[in-house]
Design a binder for this molecule. Structure first.
Ligand SMILES: [Zn+2]
Length: 486
């Protein structure tokens, strides 16, 4: 009897392995097959025009009152002067003084318009960090254009306008109406910029086929088991939530402390949150990414990724072992600020901690707060949201739409051999303000980054390779042209 059971078990295991191997063997590449594309000419002086834009310090600060408006107007002027043909054919509208909305009327009013986005602002430069070239000097050296904003997001801004300029100068006209939205405050949530532009479009009854915004870069050497460069196009974005935890107490002299202090209670709550992470889950955009890249991987990895129905939970747990992988499969929580008393020997009347959460698509703000509350499980800790940057995760955009195919074909033609895949964006972008008026939203960065380069946006020595920048202009030229086709 025991032998019979063993034989049956071995048989079942054999069948299971058979199913898994067959699934792995049957995987077919998801990549579009494309013809080599004709080169696209890029106007002389493009890197110099980008460098000029980097010299304008359009810095966003958390305290809006401290933001200098003058650089934003200087950047508006630079765009108008650098791209005269574009400014002859596009309708230009100033929104809330510092943001810009352009409209390029299409020949066919029946086609739903597309929207291209880039933001005008940059993050500040941390003091005491040595840059190889000063962050606002806009220098071109060693084959790179250096400066704050080269990757985030003036590289995309200027490449997009180079593309529009060359198409406009050639007399080309879109069939589909195109919009360009340039927000002034993406780095601090977009409330004064793209929130207002999106509201204006909604008021006018505009419904967009697709939005193209900044997002995941093209990477090399980061996806294990894949030698080719990988262009992640984010089809979803994590939600954003900041919570303030406060504990009130009687205060007093620290020479006679009570057994439980405000700081102690708060610290215990934060420690509980860190030791009770949100459950990992492999679905949505990250699952689509693994399914898309699986056929390009060696057999061992393909075997696992072709069988996510069985191994999904195991792979999700494996991904949690790195910070980057972890962020793809769960809601993350990061304690970022702490406050107690102002003096070493004074018990605080109030201890305050701030935690920043990035919510995995499939979950929501209300559920996340409820989970935080249940993990802390201490009524002495008051939990409140910190406005205004709070957003639900973005819904999944299609990786089968016309706009997806246009973008995918463009990337495959301009970077031969690149693998295009849906991906999840773990940061927040202004594109989220357009979800209500768009069918699909695609977030991408047309620059090739190595693992080391990933620290440059918002970090030190932000720069873009000149050769990469010229290719990005070609990417935008083809993308604008093909997106505008019927
Ligand atoms: Zn950005």
């Amino acid at each position: 009897m025991r032998l019979r059971r063993a034989v049956l078990a071995a048989g079942a295991l054999g069948a299971l392995v058979g199913v898994m191997v067959t699934r792995a063997a049957q995987l077919r590449s998801h990549q579009l097959t494309v013809e080599p594309a004709a080169p696209i000419a890029v106007a002389a002086g493009a890197p110099e025009r980008l460098a000029a834009a980097l010299r304008i310090a359009t810095v966003s600060l958390q305290d809006r009152a401290q933001i200098d408006p003058a650089p934003f107007f200087a950047l508006h002027r630079l765009l108008a002067e650098s791209f005269p043909a574009a400014h002859r054919v596009l309708e230009r509208e100033v929104v809330n003084e510092r943001s810009l909305l352009y409209r390029w009327p299409g020949r066919d009013g029946a086609l739903a318009p597309d929207l291209f986005m880039a933001h005008l602002d940059v993050v500040p430069v941390e003091p005491n960090r040595a840059w190889t070239h000063a962050p606002f000097a806009g220098e071109i050296a060693d084959g790179f254009v250096w400066g704050r904003g080269a990757l985030d997001d003036k590289g995309s801004l200027m490449a997009l306008f180079e593309a529009v300029e060359s198409l406009a100068a050639a007399g080309w006209q879109p069939a589909r109406t195109l919009y360009i939205a340039l927000g002034q405050d993406e780095e601090i949530g977009g409330a004064e910029g793209n929130v207002r532009i999106a509201a204006r479009l909604a008021e006018r009854g505009v419904h967009l086929e697709a939005v193209f915004d900044e997002g995941t870069p093209i990477t090399t050497g980061i996806v294990e088991g894949v030698a080719a460069p990988v262009a992640g196009v984010a089809v979803s974005e994590k939600g954003y939530l900041t919570l303030e935890l406060t504990v009130a107490a009687a205060g007093g002299h620290s020479s006679m402390p009570p057994p439980a202090t405000a700081v102690g209670i708060l610290a215990a709550a934060i420690a509980r949150l860190e030791t009770h992470p949100f459950p990992p889950r492999l679905d949505g955009a990250t699952r689509r990414m693994l399914e898309t890249l699986a056929p390009e991987m060696p057999f061992g990895r393909r075997l696992a990724l072709a069988n996510l129905w069985l191994l999904g939970p195991l792979i999700a747990r494996q991904l949690t072992r790195t910070n980057a992988g972890n962020a793809l499969v769960r809601t993350t929580l990061a304690p970022t600020m702490l406050e107690g008393s102002q003096k070493e020997n004074v018990l605080p009347l109030r201890a305050r901690g701030v935690v920043n959460l990035r919510i995995l698509p499939g979950e929501d703000v209300a559920g996340t707060i409820a989970l935080v509350r249940s993990v802390i499980a201490d009524e002495r800790v008051k939990i409140a949201t910190v406005p205004p940057t709070l957003s639900e995760p973005a819904r999944l955009s299609s990786d089968g739409s016309r706009a997806w195919r246009v973008l995918s074909r463009t990337l495959r033609q301009r970077l031969p051999g690149v693998l295009v895949t849906p991906a999840l964006m773990v940061g927040a972008s202004d594109s989220r303000h357009y979800l209500a008026i768009a069918d699909d939203v695609y977030r991408f960065l047309p620059f090739v980054l190595t693992r080391e380069d990933l620290q440059r946006p918002h970090g030190t020595d932000e720069r873009v390779r000149v050769e990469d920048y010229l290719r990005a202009i070609q990417v935008y030229t083809q993308l604008v042209r093909d997106a505008a086709a019927p």
